[in-house]
Design a protein around this ligand. Structure first.
Ligand code: PEP
Ligand code: MN
Length: 352
């Protein structure tokens, strides 16, 4: 996939990238009030949903076209870049013709190949170099997420980023959308140059988790945050439980610990070399252990002994867990390792 660096121009160069604004544009004064408050905090990229994909009919579905004029006013009056969500060809045409700077694709659209194809072709026909951020699909399907990015890139829309907003699950949960950090990590591994932003608001679903999730995201190497902020969250027309006021956002941003990768580069390099060496030793030890297992398998076969001996397994497990505890390793971790090794040993002995 051909990717270009996600370039927001002079105005959008903050590191980490911070995008903030209300879940939805509600009225002109609400939009401008929040944009001014956020711009005064030094935030350069304003978000507001104009078309809101809501789970149930009858909920507020966004103000539609009039909201785009309010976003143009935000640009004109504060100089901020503006971002909104698109879900159809008509949304793309309207947003780009009103000067929306950054487009994002919502979770419900990313997983829909026909919608994605149409959106990709429409963006390409109007403004190929528009920056586009693709939220993860509702379910933890990294292929669908990559597929959506590929549809854009194949049409020549290459200024791409991804937004991790968590995954929906059935029933009551701590998070509104479970983070399952392994999924964005796989995305990063598969497309190393992709900018990945975290959306702690939609992961959390509540205000008190925004700060710890933001810190976790930065610690995990995310390139930025998109955070929902509303001047009067309690009366917001959508997602009121997760929106925070600009002053609260300011406190959160000030409290974040930013890691400077340059300072630690050399030390990290040395530690990684030691890890590489230890991993090589681990592989060597595992290979020796499996060779012995295979000899044991031969003996068992000759003497018609069953391969699995539960007593021996239990005593191995217990003694290894005890030794691990003395070395400061977690018993749960050691149990997983021993059980994986044992399973492979059994397989090797059965294959004898
Ligand atoms: C949003 O950002 O307001 C939104 C609707 O997000 P998501 O697609 O992640 O649900
Ligand atoms: Mn929202």
């Amino acid at each position: 996939m051909e990717l270009k660096p996600l370039d927001f121009g002079k105005k959008g160069t903050s590191k980490p990238i911070i995008i903030a604004g209300p879940c939805s544009a509600e009225t002109e004064s609400q939009v401008l009030e929040s944009a001014y408050a956020l711009s005064n905090l030094g935030i350069n990229i304003f978000r507001a949903g104009i078309w809101k994909p809501r789970t149930k009919p009858g909920s507020f579905q966004g103000v539609g076209l009039p909201g785009l004029k309010w976003l143009s006013k935000v640009k004109e009056e504060t100089g901020m870049l503006v971002a909104t969500e698109v879900a159809t060809k008509a949304h793309v045409e309207a947003a780009l013709s009103h000067g929306v700077d950054i487009i994002w694709i919502g979770a419900r659209t990313t997983g829909n190949p026909f919608a994605m194809q149409e959106i990709a072709e429409t963006i390409a026909s109007i403004k190929k170099d528009a920056p586009v951020l693709v939220k993860n699909p509702l379910n933890p399907d990294v292929e669908a997420w990559i597929g959506a990015l590929e549809r854009l890139a194949n049409c020549g829309v290459c200024h791409l980023g991804a937004i991790h907003r968590g995954f929906s699950t059935y029933g009551e949960h701590y998070y509104r959308n479970n983070p399952q950090w392994g999924v964005p990590l796989e995305l990063r591994t598969r497309i190393p140059d992709l900018t990945i932003i975290c959306d702690p608001s939609h992961i959390a679903g509540r205000r008190d988790l925004i700060a710890p999730l933001s810190q976790q995201a930065l610690d995990r190497g995310f390139d930025g945050l998109i955070i929902e902020s509303h001047c009067s969250p309690d009366s917001a027309w959508s997602d009121k439980d997760q929106q925070i006021t600009p002053p609260v956002l300011k406190d959160i941003l000030n409290s974040l610990l930013l890691r400077d990768s340059k300072n630690v580069a050399e030390e990290l390099h040395q530690l990684r070399e030691r890890i590489d060496e230890l991993d090589a030793q681990l592989i060597d030890v595992l290979s020796q252990r499996m060779k012995i297992s295979s000899e044991i398998g031969n003996l068992k076969k000759l003497s018609k002994m069953p391969v699995v001996q539960p007593e021996r397994y239990n005593s191995i497990l217990q003694s290894r867990i005890n030794s691990a505890l003395q070395e400061g390793l977690s018993p749960k971790f050691m149990k997983q390792i021993i059980s994986a090794i044992h399973e492979e040993s059994v397989r090797v002995q059965i294959d004898q």
